[in-house]
Design a protein around this ligand. Structure first.
Ligand code: C5P
Length: 399
């Protein structure tokens, strides 16, 4: 999988720098070509001799070689690499990357990088939890960089907590998974619906739900990351998209979502319907604000269109359609009913009874049922990883 891949390993000044030697060794064993770029403090933790012996390349740490003045072009490095992996990444380097403080070769290389970038932080638990580190990592994610979360355990300070750099074999697994998925969907157009819908009552109020849109946005990033052209039809959410291959279309109500979905679906190879569409809308919209009275207020609600069922009806044989079932009881029975009624190819089931699953959370626990009768259970995971599992199933239909 890594044969011939050109990987830059960026090493910074952390006690975890010793693990970078194992990382380089594993990558080389898998057939990758590795170029180490190290920060000045990184060299205090691991000697370049070890790293150059392992990689059979000079370790780059300065803008110029002192004795002959040869320039180490960060621009050329940015063009050469298939992937940059910064491991370990200290709070200081993360801060510099987030803010473009280009005072060493690693940061200038980072800023010139054309290839995907992975970051494996390593630091003390309090430094990792600090709002400054959190904000910097969020910024890096918003630039499209991928963070390999540190693990919990004994830290160099002897304190226990989250901050240990992920183990080299796990980092290599992430890199391999990335290359495996990289161009899987390059010829595909995928439509995704996400978030809630708001059904207007008057100019001030609406009927809505707690959907955050996180799952649908994670799906959009996953599909785009694998080369698909993504049309993301989003209800009102506070989220941002990162990947340039995602075209976002913002809507408010179920009717608007239906119109946009019907417009795009005929051009799509697949639809993943993740939105929590309101089942009902007010029968009448009041152009003026509804006034408070001492009487009880009755609002007449009428059904919204079922977007999934409509797409199931018009779906061509070459199109794949997936839906979600968020349930509070009889999960399997309800999900199977929806799979059949809406003519879906697969349905992702999650239950509000599972802690960490459902709306607003950053994690989810899912089961996937296919129309062919397959039934796969997945453990609780961050939504971005759940998205990868779902898109793996989608890709399975085209393999
Ligand atoms: O019937 P229920 O709302 O539970 O079905 C959930 C699935 O159907 C989800 O995939 C959701 O996005 C989709 N749906 C829809 N239009 C609706 C209601 C649900 O697309 N009006």
């Amino acid at each position: 999988m890594l044969k011939g891949k050109k990987i830059i390993v960026g090493i910074t000044g952390s006690i975890a720098a010793y693990k970078a030697a194992y990382l380089c060794r594993l990558l080389i064993k898998k057939g990758a070509e590795v170029q180490v770029v190290i920060t000045p403090t990184g060299k205090e933790f691991i000697t370049p001799v070890t790293l150059s012996a392992l990689t059979q390349k000079p370790v780059l740490g300065e803008f110029f070689t002192a004795n002959d003045g040869i320039w180490h072009s960060h621009v050329d490095l940015g063009l050469w690499a298939d992937l940059m992996m910064i491991a370990p990444a200290t709070a200081s380097t993360i801060g510099k990357m987030a803010n473009g403080i280009a005072d060493n070769l690693l940061i200038t290389t980072y800023l010139s990088m054309k290839a995907p970038i992975f970051i494996a932080p390593a630091m003390d638990l309090d430094m990792y939890a600090h709002p400054s580190t959190r904000a910097n990592l969020e910024k890096l994610e918003s630039y499209g960089n991928r963070i390999i979360e540190p693990t919990e355990g004994m830290l160099a300070s002897r304190l226990e907590g989250k901050g240990r750099m992920e183990e080299p074999d796990k980092i290599v697994e992430c890199i391999e998974a990335f290359f495996k998925r990289q161009n899987q969907l390059s010829q595909k157009k995928v439509l995704i619906t996400a978030g809630p819908t708001y059904e207007k009552l008057d100019p001030i109020r609406y009927i809505g739900n707690y959907s955050s849109g996180k799952m649908g946005f994670a799906l959009a990033e996953s599909c785009a990351g694998r080369g698909a052209e993504v049309f993301l039809i989003a209800g009102p959410v506070q989220l941002k998209i990162h990947h340039p291959n995602i075209r976002r279309i913002d809507v408010n109500s179920a009717d608007e979502m239906m119109d946009e979905t019907l417009r795009i679906f005929p051009h799509a190879d697949a639809g993943i319907l993740c939105a929590a569409v309101a089942d009902y809308k007010p029968a009448n919209y009041s152009a003026e604000k509804l006034k408070r009275t001492d009487e009880s207020l009755k609002i007449n609600l009428i059904p919204n269109p079922d977007i999934a069922a409509k797409l199931g009806e018009i779906k061509r044989a070459d199109q794949i359609l997936a839906g979600f079932a968020l349930e509070t009881e009889n999960e399997m029975q309800n999900a199977l009913g929806k799979l059949q009624k809406k003519r879906l190819d697969f349905i992702v089931v999650n239950s509000l009874r599972d802690p960490g699953a459902g709306f607003q959370t950053d994690t989810n626990k899912i089961r996937i049922l296919t129309a062919k009768g397959e039934n796969t259970d997945f453990p609780l995971k961050p939504k971005c990883e759940v998205a990868e599992d779902i898109v793996d199933v989608l890709y399975g239909f085209w393999k």
